[in-house]
Design a protein around this ligand. Structure first.
Ligand SMILES: [Ca+2]
Length: 255
């Protein structure tokens, strides 16, 4: 009888200890990157090339995109020097009031999170006054997704935030070519009401934040997230379950 009590105390203490070290948050997010087969209704050609694949190739990002994150804060920022906006973003041709971009994931993937770095061009080198070209960012966006190359299944509609670039370093407005600072823009996170499994994902963009400098529409970078149980907390949970079951068995044996 004394032995049974001791076993019970040890098991309870062990389970309590495991619970104490288990992470509070039990979710991690897998990041899915579209393939290079990403297309759009239009894009600026060379020499100002801003093709749709520049939303999936990491261009403009300050670092590599992790394969797993815990929150949007784990994603790198988009850094864009005003002299070289063609390096890292997608932009339609001008006089465009709506646009679409279709991401081919290569194979059906499950996603329940969108990560969007909206269009973050700040100014042009030859302009004495900075133009707010973040107005070109996608605003009203309907997300379609299924396994058709042109998806027809409406999943959910969003209002994307306008990019909010933060200057890196001190502002220099000394004249042409003097916009020599970088701008840093964080990703925004939008959650779907329920997970979706699809190969093709389309953003149908019906508005922007303004018509500054010719009514273009663009995005800087996009990723899709899949919320999954944290493997570490799952194994700790299983260990706890195992100890509890072992304790019950021992108690039964002692009786
Ligand atoms: Ca980019």
């Amino acid at each position: 009888m004394k032995c049974t009590k001791m076993v019970g105390i040890v098991v309870v203490a062990a389970v309590a200890a495991i619970s104490a070290v288990a992470p509070v948050s039990s979710a991690a997010i897998l990041i899915h990157t579209p393939t290079n087969n990403t297309t759009a209704s239009s894009f600026l050609p060379t020499p100002n090339f801003r093709g749709p694949t520049q939303t999936r190739d990491g261009s403009g990002l300050s670092g590599a995109v992790p394969s797993t994150i815990n929150s949007v804060a784990d994603l790198p920022k988009h850094n864009e020097a005003p002299e070289a906006p063609q390096g890292g973003m997608w932009l339609t041709t001008g006089s465009t009031t709506s646009a679409w971009i279709i991401f081919d994931m290569g194979t059906p993937v499950t996603f329940d999170q969108l990560y969007v770095w909206n269009y973050a061009e700040v100014a042009q080198a030859n302009n004495p006054v900075p133009l707010d070209l973040t107005e070109r960012g996608a605003k009203n966006v309907a997300v379609y997704a299924d396994n058709n190359p042109t998806p027809t299944t409406l999943i959910q509609s969003f209002v994307f935030n306008k990019a909010n670039p933060t200057p890196v370093g001190s502002m220099n407005v000394g004249g042409a070519g003097a916009w020599n600072l970088d701008y840093s823009t964080a990703a925004d996170n939008y959650s779907l009401n329920a997970p979706v499994m699809a190969r093709y994902i389309m953003f149908n963009i019906s508005s922007t934040y303004g018509a500054n400098n010719g009514q273009y529409i663009g995005l800087s970078e996009v990723r899709f997230g899949e919320t999954v149980p944290e493997p570490a907390s799952m194994s700790l949970f299983m260990m706890g379950m195992g100890l509890t079951l072992a304790g019950r068995k021992l108690r039964r044996s002692a009786i």
